[in-house]
Design a protein around this ligand. Structure first.
Ligand SMILES: O=C(O)[C@H](O)[C@@H](O)[C@H](O)[C@H](O)COP(=O)(O)O
Length: 239
């Protein structure tokens, strides 16, 4: 396992730095189909904008199948929809077949959608020897409480779930979400965290250094073979 931290001056630097590394990494991928799970929230928005503008014609998007590491159980046109944000900022601006975009049906019944999305993943993502789907790349963010995807501290059992995805509940809003589980996150060939902002500095330091309350932070349990933290100076203040 290799873990690296790459520090940039600000959120724009994190987005541009990851986008450049992504393009270089994608150029090394020889398989016909590259499977990627995207993160949600606000941090990846700058990356999506860069993908939709500077990289629109520089990546063969038709070789990529996009999934989501987590999705809010809302309609795709809801401002909370992780798919809706990605669609607006970049999916609508690049040449990618509709069948390559595997959104979570946030408008559906959560329990029914959990099963449908799990089957969709099994149908399109390579399965390893332990029957765990193995994404080529998973993008993740981290909340100020150390959650990642939608695995929150109060539902840390999802870190070990035997299922590919679970129905999660946001601790404050009680919003339901569909999230990939710990074994799937950890099976990915490559995981990139994009984390910015001083409000995450204390938790990020504990997560990366495995110090203090790190065990209570789901993000600290992501231990993929190739793990990189893309952070800005504010988030790295306590490293
Ligand atoms: O659906 C989501 O909200 C995300 O997938 C979640 O895990 C996010 O990455 C963190 O909450 C950080 O969110 P910000 O980027 O908005 O800080």
């Amino acid at each position: 396992m290799s873990t690296e931290t790459k520090k940039f001056a600000d959120p724009a630097g994190v987005a541009a730095g990851f986008a450049a590394d992504f393009a270089a990494w994608f150029a090394t991928q020889t398989q016909d189909k590259v499977t990627i799970a995207l993160s949600g929230g606000s941090t990846p928005k700058m990356l999506f904008e860069i993908w939709g503008k500077e990289y629109a014609d520089k990546i063969d998007w038709s070789r990529i199948h996009f999934f989501w590491g987590d999705e809010r159980c809302v309609a795709p046109d809801d401002s909370d929809s992780n798919y809706g944000v990605a669609k607006t900022l970049f999916l609508d601006k690049v040449q990618i077949p509709a069948e390559n975009v595997h959104r979570v049906l946030g408008e559906a019944d959560p329990d029914e959608e959990r099963l449908r999305y799990e089957n969709e993943i099994y149908g399109h993502v390579d399965i390893d020897e332990n029957a765990v789907p193995q994404f080529d790349l998973i993008l993740l963010g981290m909340g100020t409480d150390g959650h990642t995807a939608s695995i929150f501290p109060h539902q840390s059992q999802f870190l070990k779930s035997p299922q590919v995805c679970e129905v999660a509940i946001h601790p404050e809003s009680a919003q339901k979400r569909i999230t990939l589980t710990g074994p799937v996150l950890n099976r990915a060939k490559k995981v990139a965290f994009l984390i910015t902002g001083g409000d995450k500095a204390e938790v990020l330091a504990q997560v990366i250094k495995k110090e203090g309350d790190f065990a209570n932070f789901p993000a600290s349990h992501v231990e993929a073979a190739d793990l990189t933290f893309y952070v800005d100076e504010a988030a790295a203040a306590s490293l």
